[in-house]
Design a binder for this molecule. Structure first.
Ligand SMILES: NC(=O)c1ccc[n+]([C@@H]2O[C@H](COP(=O)([O-])OP(=O)(O)OC[C@H]3O[C@@H](n4cnc5c(N)ncnc54)[C@H](OP(=O)(O)O)[C@@H]3O)[C@@H](O)[C@H]2O)c1
Length: 237
């Protein structure tokens, strides 16, 4: 499926690398004006420089999604630079993997505040803006960890289980406002997530997740893909 997003504005959180960067690139290549964020201004500016080619319109500002004031600033900035938001991709996320007895309060808060509360802050800013325009699309990048618990995953599992419930309830809240909410649950994607390094050929490529976003955006407005599970075809045994 191919789609033109000319005239559309997208915000992608956590797009300095990994899945977010691939999604930002794909949306820009499809013609959208894209606004990205990461926690530091220098990393965000570097990502914008790396992503811009041709006449693509891409802007970036630092915004920590755990900070509701910074999130409000991100959406004000996006509206000023690119116009009202049509597409929001809640991608920013962190993974800290430790048994509960070893998890610090700060680590717990970091995972829940980024992966769950940060999504709420962004949706709270985006939805009224989308409603004024008659609709929009929201993608929450969850994980198969949102349905499959594993040892040392308590904080991460809790954040993604919560994100799935949040996404489904929000879908029901706003479907009649023309807002389509999708949560995507990838298995292992080839990024540096959680501090792991090195490319691994069996993992899902970040651009494959971006392709899923484009394919869903290409669906007719009458149809809402609310949940996607995606996994490597042949994971390492
Ligand atoms: N990789 C996988 O196997 C996998 C599988 C399933 C789901 N996911 C999910 O996919 C999403 C992206 O993961 P990834 O693999 O691309 O990870 P990544 O390579 O570590 O990238 C994470 C991105 O999130 C940003 N970020 C982190 N905390 C942030 C905050 N508080 N505010 C704003 N930006 C923040 C980071 O930017 P800065 O560091 O520059 O702030 C970075 O751009 C996450 O939600 C993750 O849970 C990943």
């Amino acid at each position: 499926m191919t789609i033109s997003l000319a005239g559309k504005t997208a915000v992608v959180t956590g797009a300095t690398r990994g899945i977010g960067r691939a999604i930002a690139r794909a949306l820009a290549e499809a013609g959208a004006t894209v606004v990205i964020c990461g926690r530091s201004q220098s990393d965000t500016e570097r990502a914008v420089r790396e992503l811009i080619s041709d006449n693509r319109k891409l802007f970036g500002i630092s915004a920590d999604v755990t900070d509701n004031v910074a999130v409000a600033r991100l959406f004000d900035y996006a509206e000023k630079q690119a116009g009202a938001v049509d597409i929001l991709v809640n991608n920013a996320g962190v993974g800290i993997f430790r048994p509960v007895a070893q998890l610090t309060v700060e680590e717990w808060k970091s995972v829940i505040d980024t992966n769950l509360t940060g999504v709420f802050y962004c949706c709270r800013e985006a939805i009224p803006r989308m409603m004024r325009r008659g609709g929009g699309s929201i993608f929450n990048i969850s994980s198969l960890a949102g349905k499959n618990p594993f040892a040392a995953g308590a904080a991460y599992n809790a954040s993604k289980f919560g994100l799935n419930g949040f996404s489904e309830a929000m879908m029901m809240d706003h479907r009649y406002d023309g807002i389509r909410v999708t949560y995507v649950m990838p298995g292992s994607v080839d990024t540096e997530f959680g501090g792991r390094g090195g490319a691994t050929s069996w993992r899902i490529a970040p651009q494959d997740i971006a392709q899923i976003i484009l394919d869903i955006l290409a669906m007719p407005e009458r149809t809402l893909i609310s949940r996607v599970e995606v996994r490597p075809s042949k994971p390492a045994k």
